[in-house]
Design a binder for this molecule. Structure first.
Ligand code: SAM
Length: 251
């Protein structure tokens, strides 16, 4: 495959959404990464698809992290925060073999046209391991009440229309094995109910209804909105959106 053009337009995930993701999963990510760091060694890491550098900030206290993103605005934002970043394509990493102790990504593979090529590239430039910290699988989403669940297909269609692979989570194990890595795979169940959901409900409904607009009819959306409000008021709204993670060890 030809390298993709570095100046082609693509959708950027809003920073507010990245911050929400970090607030759900950042604690797990920091725990995972700390466990990978060998005591007493200054270790280096590459964040592939680093975005504005939120995850890099989380790891900077204990890892020497460099970011890479295809979007020059993201690279500038990381640099403004005083961290190192380069513009580049995850599918064609501009680094020599074995350049970093750990190479990781979060919510990045799902946006790549050739995920396998990117994981092979991550394996190539890693010395110790590759960590895919989070890739969702919208095909395994399960919501209640049913009026809300009826938006799931629209959500999958909207992600596809934006160039994402909504089923990346289930592919993680195979992508890493094909790259020659020994894999530790897991999932976060992404289950939201009760008080936790109440705090997030408004932002989540805004993100969901915005995403499916144009991919479900207006009546389905309106019914889902009413059912959402009623279920939330009665503490019966349930959203389950599993997110896969995997560590791939070099042999
Ligand atoms: C959803 S954001 C995730 C950002 C960050 N990893 C996080 O979790 O906060 C995906 C990022 O991947 C970047 N990206 C998309 N295609 C890429 C490619 N081919 N090479 C490198 N980065 C890419 C986007 O510009 C975006 O910043």
């Amino acid at each position: 495959m030809e390298p993709i053009s570095l100046d082609m337009p693509r959708r950027a995930t809003p920073e507010a959404q990245l911050k929400r993701q970090l607030s759900w999963l950042g604690e797990h990510w920091a725990w995972t990464m700390r466990a990978l760091v060998r005591e007493g060694r200054a270790m280096t890491a590459l964040d592939v698809g680093c975005g504005p550098g939120l995850v890099m900030e989380l790891f900077s206290p204990f890892l020497n992290v460099k970011g890479l993103d295809i979007d020059p605005d993201m690279v500038s934002q990381v640099r403004e925060k005083g961290m190192e970043a380069v513009q580049g394509d995850a599918q064609d990493l501009p680094f020599d073999d074995d350049s970093f102790d750990i190479v990781y990504c979060s919510f990045t593979l799902m946006w790549l046209p050739d995920q396998q090529r990117a994981v092979r590239e991550m394996e190539r430039v890693a010395r110790q391991c590759v960590a895919c910290l989070a890739e969702p699988d919208y095909g395994r989403r399960s919501c209640s009440p049913p009026e809300v669940a009826r938006l799931d297909k629209g959500l999958i269609r909207s992600l596809r229309a934006e160039g994402a692979d909504p089923f990346t989570g289930r592919k993680l194990d195979r992508l890493m094995r094909n790259a020659g890595l020994e894999v530790d795979l897991g999932t976060y169940d992404g289950k939201w109910t009760g008080a936790r959901l109440k705090d997030e409900a408004e932002a989540e409904w805004n993100a969901l209804s915005q995403a499916v607009k144009g991919f479900v009819d207006a009546e389905t959306l309106a019914r889902a909105g009413s059912a959402w409000d009623a279920a939330l008021a009665n503490d019966r709204l349930v959203l389950i959106n599993p997110v896969y993670h995997a560590i791939g060890w070099k042999r």
